[in-house]
Design a protein. Structure first.
Length: 435
């Protein structure tokens, strides 16, 4: 009874989450052929190199299916009720099968019979999750949909868009949420992906894979929002999340073509990228010379803080629908930012070096970090241009090694901070202050 309950719970988790794993057990495929009864199909596997202790099968039809019932070949096996999803004229049937008591082996082992609610038509695509002895998916997942081998005609049928387009499925690890909009899309349509970590966690990896197993180009719009262009096939999107405190450096070189190892900001960009504080403007560009905005800096500190729950701010120019709404509200509630007055924050204004110093100074004090360092700013030719509200913060930031002078002897308090400069300042803050 206990084993059956555990198996049922695992089946429920698989059926609800629809994971995108493919087994590291040869090159498996599904063989589907008409059964003896009307509307039935016999399902078996091919291409295995080892035993299978369980399986999840996802079958896709380009027409609606009213119902589906799966009966295992072996009476000792366990299979809960199929999950049937029909959207836009397409139907996906998910079958879970626990074979732990009688693992399947052989070249083409039979799994059982699938009974459809109407006349039998062959599915056009399939995806397989093979389970090991512990009923966990085998390693080396690829998440690709494959053309199904329908032995009644020995052909692989290509996918069709059906009514609303191709399916988009999502899988997320613990400590985060993943959703797509829309859940079905026609080829060449733009799909938005939202990968939102829980408080205290960050996004480790986000991938989108088309029906051939090829990774799609994801464009980072802002914060947890990404987009991709829909191909002419189903797509699997997956995300994994890790703790904010977990060291998770990306191995090898940075993915950005505009950040070279000889650049002065290379180490800083690597630092903030590896820790999830800053990402690229898309998958291949960091845009080091692009000016950083006030909202961007607040959003970075909000990530550093673990994205705590917060309300809404009173700034009239901060829309609750914008990515920076929660970061600005959090920063304002803790006295880290105060805005320009008259209810304005200026989220999209370029942040100046003295504004950044002030924000970091207020954040450090809120966290209880030491802010006793001070530097004599009179040595800078433009020290008199420092605004009164930022003079103490600039003295601290320079003394703490966060904001240094330029090569021409100026501090440039009113100058903008590029993304490269922001990365350098944030790295110095984390290493010299947040200890």
């Amino acid at each position: 009874m206990t084993k059956k309950l555990c198996s049922w719970l695992l089946a429920l988790a698989l059926l609800c989450q629809l994971p995108v794993f493919a087994a590291n057990n040869g090159n498996p495929s599904i063989i589907c052929q008409p059964g003896g009864a009307p509307g039935s199909a016999s399902l078996s596997l091919a291409g295995l190199t080892g035993p299978v202790y369980g399986a999840q099968l996802e079958l896709l039809w380009n027409e609606p299916q009213q119902s589906a019932l799966f009966t295992p070949q072996n009476a000792a096996a366990y299979s809960p009720r199929c999950l049937v999803q029909t959207v836009g004229g397409q139907t996906r049937v998910t079958v879970y099968l626990d074979l732990n008591a009688c693992p399947t082996q052989g070249a083409s082992p039979s799994l059982g019979t699938l009974q459809l609610g109407g006349a039998y038509t062959p599915p056009v695509q399939a995806r397989i999750t093979l389970l090991d002895r512990d009923l966990k998916p085998y390693a080396n997942a690829s998440g690709a949909w494959v053309g199904i081998n329908n032995t009644n005609n020995n052909t692989t049928q290509p996918p069709s868009t059906g009514g609303s387009g191709y399916w988009i499925t999502t899988t997320a690890s613990a400590h985060g949420n993943l959703r797509v909009d829309p859940s079905q899309a026609q080829a060449d349509a733009e799909v938005t992906v939202y990968a939102t970590p829980e408080a205290g966690y960050k996004l480790k990896e986000l991938t989108a894979v088309d029906g051939t197993g090829q990774r799609l180009r994801l464009v980072h719009v802002r914060n947890e929002r990404y987009t991709f262009t829909m191909p002419a096939s189903p797509v699997s999107v997956s995300a994994s999340f890790v703790s904010q405190t977990e060291e998770d450096p990306r191995p090898g070189r940075l993915p950005f073509t505009d950040v070279r190892e000889k650049d002065w900001f290379y180490d800083a960009v690597s630092y903030v990228y590896d820790r999830g504080l800053m990402s690229g403007t898309d998958e291949t560009f960091f845009s080091p010379n692009v000016t950083t905005t006030r909202a961007m800096i607040v959003a970075i500190l909000y990530k550093l803080e673990g994205q705590p729950e917060t309300g809404l701010s009173d700034f009239i120019d901060v829309s609750p629908r914008q990515y920076y709404a929660a970061p600005v509200a959090w920063a304002a509630s803790h006295g880290i930012v105060s805005g320009y007055g008259d209810g304005l924050f200026g989220p999209n204004d370029p942040i100046t070096r003295e504004q950044m110093a002030r924000i970091l100074f207020q954040y450090a004090q809120m966290k209880g970090y030491s802010t006793s360092q001070r530097a004599d700013l009179s040595r800078f030719a433009d020290s008199s241009r420092i605004s009164g509200y930022a003079r103490e913060a600039m003295s601290w930031a320079n003394g703490a090694g966060l904001i240094n002078g330029l090569d021409d002897g100026r501090l440039s308090p009113g100058g903008g901070a590029t993304r490269a400069q922001a990365a350098s300042i944030l790295m110095n803050f984390c290493e010299n202050v947040a200890r």
